[in-house]
Design a protein around this ligand. Structure first.
Ligand code: URA
Length: 234
């Protein structure tokens, strides 16, 4: 791997700044100043330092998946099909795991990553990252359902949800935006206002939409731009 790519994977400073740093002689490889950005590095054996500090190579990986119906959000299970069954082997080797959970019958956007902090922050209510669901339901929602969502829905077991948003699309469809991920949360929130969810699809997380080019079960890497948008949420 090139020295500039190696450093960029870890420091995320951008190639231009890294070239300046490398050319300024601030980077050493195995104790020798290395001033060419395209110098080849072995991630396993070379010792790279910047300003005398050792830089540990640990690249994280980030993907989105279009989760199909019928797969549980887990990396292994003895009986049921899991989303891991849909992930190519080279990506599994990157030790990715799903960010949060979708129910077996929920479809749509799920992120996969090897970055524990990133995953934790996307899930934690502390960072208020919005998750947008397209909901198909049966039944008549209460007239004041929108207000109840804004105020914080009381679930069947007494749990109170954080304020959320409900937008009606037609008499059997709505869009729900939440910033937390309690067990069966959207289904239980809709039940609390008189509906029964019959289809649930996650369309968006933190302003990043499911790529319409992704077929059911497909994954692709998040782009630098998408990652940048997500990282600025924390
Ligand atoms: N809310 C649910 O009820 N199910 C999901 O899969 C996600 C959110």
């Amino acid at each position: 791997m090139r020295l500039d790519k190696y450093l960029n994977d870890i420091l995320n400073l951008g190639r231009k700044d890294l070239h300046r740093i490398i050319k300024a002689g601030r980077v050493t490889v195995n104790g020798e100043v290395q001033s060419s950005p395209d110098h080849k590095i072995s991630e396993d054996s070379d010792v790279v330092c910047m300003d005398g500090e050792k830089i540990m190579y640990r690249k994280c990986f980030y993907y989105m998946m279009n989760k199909p119906d019928g797969y549980i959000t887990a990396m292994e299970d003895r009986r049921q099909a899991t989303i891991a069954d849909l992930i190519p082997k080279d990506v599994l080797d990157q030790k990715v795991f799903p960010v949060g959970r979708l129910d077996k019958d929920t479809t749509g956007l799920i992120f996969l990553t090897s970055d524990g902090q990133f995953a934790h922050r996307l899930i934690s209510p502390k960072y208020s990252v919005e998750k947008v669901y397209h909901v198909g339901f049966q039944g008549d929602l209460l007239d004041d359902a929108e207000t109840l969502f804004q105020q914080g829905i009381h679930l069947d077991d007494g749990t109170v949800c954080l304020p959320a948003k409900l937008e009606r699309v037609d008499e059997n469809k709505c869009i729900v935006t939440v910033t937390e991920g309690k067990y069966h949360q959207v289904k239980r929130m809709i039940a609390a206002v008189g509906g029964t969810v019959i289809s649930l699809h996650r369309q968006e997380i933190g302003g990043i939409s499911l790529d319409p080019a992704l077929d059911r079960g497909e994954i692709r890497q998040l782009t630098d731009n998408e990652l940048c948008i997500l990282m600025t949420l924390f």
